[in-house]
Design a binder for this molecule. Structure first.
Ligand code: GLP
Length: 246
């Protein structure tokens, strides 16, 4: 894994936005995998600014989001669909038919997961997968456990992940879904290039274990060590636990 360290979350986000705009220049039909969470918000702000100033065109690209809450409708303001519209899709020139997210209200969940895998394959696979890092080491909603699931699947959210997402539900834990749909670890690892972005001191311990620790389902992000084209982009606070840094 290649590690890049930036002075601040904004510096990392600005550089990543410029990198994505360059990738779109080289391949306008880029297939992007996208995360939610607080970390990518400055990235989406920078991408929106690049588009506003005429320096980024996403009209021919395709996006696939990592995950969605089970039981939450796409037009519910608390959904990841709505999060993505608010922070990115309503601010750039991407057509609705090129945007892909899992349907949290799907009646047949297994079929919905298969549909998603097929849609990714039909798009030619993910060229550039952007990831955040859950405080417990999850990526997408691949939670720590005894085993990981390779393909897109239905998953139970841990209490700490539900707490971390409570902000979307006005802090009411009882409203936070207990389950979600998520790309699997294999879905993520099939991307041609992966960039994980993590910022802030609260992620430092997890970042250290992800990079320097063993590959273990107890820390799903450690599986990124097995991918040959993965970059970890950090601010200095998130990098403070790394051996080379200390
Ligand atoms: C959620 C998402 C993850 C994301 C994580 C980190 O649980 N499902 O994809 O990486 O939050 O969130 P944050 O960036 O707010 O720390």
């Amino acid at each position: 894994m290649r590690v890049r360290i930036f002075s601040s979350p904004v510096a990392a986000s600005r550089a990543l936005a410029a990198d994505i705009a360059r990738a779109l220049d080289e391949n306008p039909r880029l297939v992007l995998g996208l995360p939610t969470g607080r970390t990518p918000i400055p990235l989406y702000r920078e991408l929106s600014a690049l588009h506003r100033s005429g320096r980024m065109d996403v009209s021919r690209a395709r996006t696939f989001n990592l995950d969605e809450f089970l039981g939450i409708a796409a037009d519910d303001p608390r959904s990841y669909h709505a999060f993505m519209r608010r922070h990115l899709f309503d601010r750039v020139n991407i057509a609705a038919k090129r945007i892909h997210l899992l349907n949290g209200l799907a009646r047949n969940v297994a079929r919905e997961c298969e549909r998603y895998e097929r849609a990714i394959a039909r798009a030619g696979g993910i060229d550039l997968q952007i990831l955040g890092l859950g405080a417990n080491g999850h990526i997408g909603f691949n939670e720590p456990g005894r085993a990981l699931v390779a393909r897109t699947h239905r998953t139970r959210l841990s209490p700490s992940t539900r707490r971390a997402n409570a902000g979307l539900f006005a802090g009411r834990m009882s409203d936070v879904p207990r389950e979600a749909l998520s790309m699997g670890m294999g879905t993520i690892l099939r991307a041609r290039r992966i960039v994980l972005i993590a910022t802030g001191a609260s992620k430092a311990g997890c970042v250290r274990r992800m990079i320097e620790g063993p590959v273990t389902p107890r820390l799903p992000a450690s599986f990124l060590q097995l991918h040959s084209n993965t970059e970890i982009w950090l601010d200095s606070a998130a990098a403070q636990g790394l051996r080379a840094e200390g």
